[in-house]
Write a protein that binds this ligand. Structure first.
Ligand code: IPD
Ligand code: CA
Ligand code: CA
Length: 264
């Protein structure tokens, strides 16, 4: 592991301590609504993001920051050159508020607009996923690979794009198809975790009709380093400069097996 990756992993683990501290206080959390259906933010989302920026800017002073909270969520042109950290301080905020133990901190690092490092840490399970371009993907020190099973022998993880009610019908038409064509579906509530579960072979396919860049920037690198493929709903490469639909496949699930999910 390079020194840079090691420092980012350490930062994610320390961010996890703040998330765990918040999880002890879920009955007294300050929860506010954001734009969209069922879209919440807590004092801990902001607190973790502030912590991440503080630590990461010492590790890589020249880097730009894009994060889900505190008004730094708009992608600026200059983020496409040099280093840019893309942060989701708590991915799975609803899980966090409701006491489900599937919330992670997600740190993506783009280099010249393309994924370079990805770190996703779940402090509840102590699962640390990480990867660096060309160096493979790991879970707690063990190399991970996507599954080689065909779709009929695999699970499909779906994300419901909950903040966009106009996408619900389409999501469930595709979800019904996924139940028929794979073993079953799962819905975890943290897109970064969903992609990492795919990376470590727990599922064959993932889709969500709209995600923020911070939801997938880190985990997409981990997934591709584990042998998976990631694209948008048209089958086009992700652009890493905006929100997008996301379809991700394991080694065992070809685009033709997943043809039903794509907008053609
Ligand atoms: C959300 C989670 C969820 C996904 C949503 C995301 P948040 O992120 O990843 O699984 O369905 O689309 O926005 O708001 O908890 O950081
Ligand atoms: Ca998120
Ligand atoms: Ca979040």
């Amino acid at each position: 592991m390079t020194e840079l990756l090691e420092k980012i992993c350490g930062t994610a683990k320390d961010a996890g301590k703040i998330i765990l501290e918040g999880s002890e206080k879920i009955r007294s959390l300050t929860v506010e609504n954001k734009t969209g259906h069922g879209n919440f933010v807590t004092e801990y989302d902001s607190r973790v993001q502030t912590f991440l920026i503080d630590r990461l800017s010492k590790i890589l002073p020249e880097a730009h920051f894009l994060g889900e909270e505190n008004g730094i969520e708009v992608f600026k042109e200059e983020y496409s050159s040099g280093f840019t950290f893309v942060l989701d301080p708590i991915d799975g905020t609803t899980n966090f508020i409701k006491g489900w133990s599937e919330s992670v901190t997600s740190i993506g690092l783009l280099k010249d607009g393309a994924p370079y490092i990805g770190v996703v840490y779940n402090p509840f399970s102590d699962w640390l996923y990480y990867g660096e371009k060309g160096q493979g993907a790991y879970l707690n020190g063990e190399r991970i690979h996507t599954s080689e099973e065909p779709l009929e022998n695999a699970l499909t993880i779906i994300g419901t794009a909950p903040y966009y009610p106009e996408l619900t019908d389409k999501c469930f038409v595709l979800g019904r198809e996924a139940v028929r064509r794979s073993i079953d579906i799962r819905r975890g509530g943290s897109a970064a975790t969903d992609l990492c579960r795919l990376a470590s072979g727990q599922a064959g396919m993932f889709f969500e009709l709209r995600l923020g860049l911070w939801d997938f920037a880190a985990a997409s690198l981990i997934l591709t380093e584990a042998g998976g493929e990631i694209m948008d709903i048209k089958g086009e490469p992700l652009k890493y400069n905006s929100a997008s639909s996301v379809v991700a496949l394991s080694k065992g699930v070809s685009r033709s097996q997943a043809a039903w999910v794509f907008d053609t």
